[in-house]
Design a binder for this molecule. Structure first.
Ligand code: ADP
Length: 473
């Protein structure tokens, strides 16, 4: 039994609950209570009632509780990391890094909530004064994915709570345990009962509808697929609900002829292979300049072939299973389709598949933009390499996608870096680096990758309204 189960005892259920399994082995971990739509509506009403007292605290009063929550998350980081590895499959070291990264959002927003300043604007008339104040939007809902079961919850709950809001979170079906453990720790930190509620369910569509249409809800924040994001956006129209949508991506990773190739390979190992390629900012298409293509592929192939694949709990494992056997089948089908159209698998890591959820990390060359491997989000450990012969061609191919979340660019020329960064139609561009997520930076996309920003001071703004007050003297 994993340690976190002890924390979430009251959320466990019998056979009619939500069954959580370890994707590395298929073994059952726990069965948690599955909330019905009516019960979720009740949780929203309770959260809304708890909100008045919370919003009435000073910002530093709220910061104190959030700070305590942050400390409790860190004090229990090993327990949370174990839960993340058990339910999401990622290697323990990555799970621990996620817990710390997730905790950093709680710390950041505890501090940022104290700086939700208003303004006094130079007036348009001598007998009037023009002011603004910022207030929490009200009661919020959030839907989170399985690939970062801790961080995606804190990234939404922490700014909402710091802004004086209540929030009800529906975690992904595969990964409710970490979210429930976060809720338990939040209660120990002093969050009022029901203010931050976690409501796992086997009926995501039904609960999604309640989250969008319940009259007490003022905002929905969603991280997940573009397909579901569009459904939620349509449902949210009826109430003119405020939305933040972090949706799919199709990140280009451009390696120009003047790039430091070793650095670029390290960048791919971060940007492509973290979480076995299951992040929305994962490098999806490697656009490599002709003149360095073969040298780069040789170095990358060696690095990928040496990756250690296995159960995330085992020492030294770098690549765990995908979230499910279906996910692994989907990735294999994308590779087979590309190979059928002329691409080649030029390097592959050893993978003694202990469960059908494993996918072997590999490098595929000869990929063209027309292949499904390049146009759909791979969400697996496959590096798809496309040859390009100029800066202009790289930009054209990079931007030729309905998505616009993250892009990566490797070049030694500062002028070119700046020029290409400006030309890339993406919400985030990393230059000579493969990792860009941080609590201090605004995470988010453009085009069909959604809108809204998480992290930084902008992340707090997402949960606040600006009220303009006119004062006649
Ligand atoms: P992924 O492909 O990453 O699983 P999804 O968009 O399917 O992406 O899932 C992300 C989150 O959206 C999960 O919490 C899932 O339960 C939820 N979800 C799936 N379908 C719906 C829906 N119709 N309405 C609301 N939420 C949904």
């Amino acid at each position: 039994m994993i340690e976190a189960i002890r924390l979430i005892e009251s959320a466990l259920a019998g056979a009619d609950g939500l069954h959580v399994a370890n994707p590395a082995t298929g073994e059952a971990i726990a069965t948690v209570r599955a909330w019905s739509t009516a019960e979720v509506a009740g949780a929203i009403a309770r959260a809304d009632r708890a909100r008045a007292g919370w919003a009435a605290l000073t910002a530093s009063g709220r910061a104190e509780v959030l700070r305590k929550w942050y400390e409790l998350i860190l004090a229990n980081e090993a327990v949370l990391a174990e839960a993340v590895t058990a339910e999401a499959g990622k290697p323990l070291a990555e799970a621990l890094a996620e817990v710390r990264y997730g905790a950093a959002y709680v710390q950041w927003f505890a501090e940022e909530g104290r700086r939700a300043n208003g303004e006094v604007i130079p007036t348009f008339a001598n007998d009037r004064r023009v002011l603004t104040i910022r207030q929490g939007v009200g009661t919020c809902t959030a839907i989170t994915p399985w690939n970062f079961p801790v961080a995606m919850v804190t990234r939404k709950a922490a700014p909402a709570l710091a802004a004086g809001c209540a929030i009800v979170v529906k975690p992904a079906e595969a990964t409710p345990i970490s979210a429930l453990a976060l809720e338990w720790l939040g209660q120990r930190a002093g969050l009022p009962e029901g203010l931050f509620a976690v409501t796992p369910t086997g009926d995501p569509a039904g609960v999604g509808r309640v989250f969008c249409t319940h009259p007490l809800v003022r905002k929905l924040s969603f991280t997940g697929s573009t397909r579901v994001g569009k459904v939620l956006m349509a449902q949210a129209a009826d109430q003119v609900l405020r939305l933040s949508l972090e949706l799919g991506g199709n990140a280009p990773f451009i390696v120009m002829d003047d790039a430091d190739l070793d650095r670029a390979v390290r960048g791919v190992m971060d940007a492509k292979f973290r979480n076995a390629g299951q992040t929305c900012v994962c490098a999806n298409r490697l656009l490599v300049h002709d003149t360095v293509h073969d040298a780069f592929v040789a170095k990358l192939g060696a690095a990928v072939a040496s990756l250690k694949v296995g159960d995330g709990r085992d020492e030294g494992v770098q690549i765990g299973p995908l979230i499910s056997p279906e996910a692994a089948r989907r990735v294999a089908a994308l590779v087979a389709d590309a190979v059928g159209a002329g691409a080649q698998v030029v390097a592959e890591a050893a993978c003694d598949a202990a469960s059908p959820a494993f996918a072997a990390p590999c490098v595929v060359t000869g990929v063209t933009p027309a292949m499904a491997l390049a146009s759909s989000e791979i969400f697996g450990p496959v590096a798809a390499v496309i040859r390009v012969s100029s800066e202009a061609e790289a930009i054209t191919i990079a931007n030729d996608t309905p998505y616009g979340l993250a892009a990566y660019l490797f070049t030694a020329d500062t002028g070119r870096a700046w020029r290409m960064m400006e030309a890339l139609e993406f919400g985030m561009v990393a230059i000579n680096d493969g990792r860009l997520s941080s609590e201090v930076a605004p995470f988010g996309g453009v085009k069909q990758s959604g809108f809204g920003r998480e992290g930084s001071s902008h992340g707090l703004t997402e949960y606040m309204e600006i009220k303009y007050a006119l004062l006649g003297l």
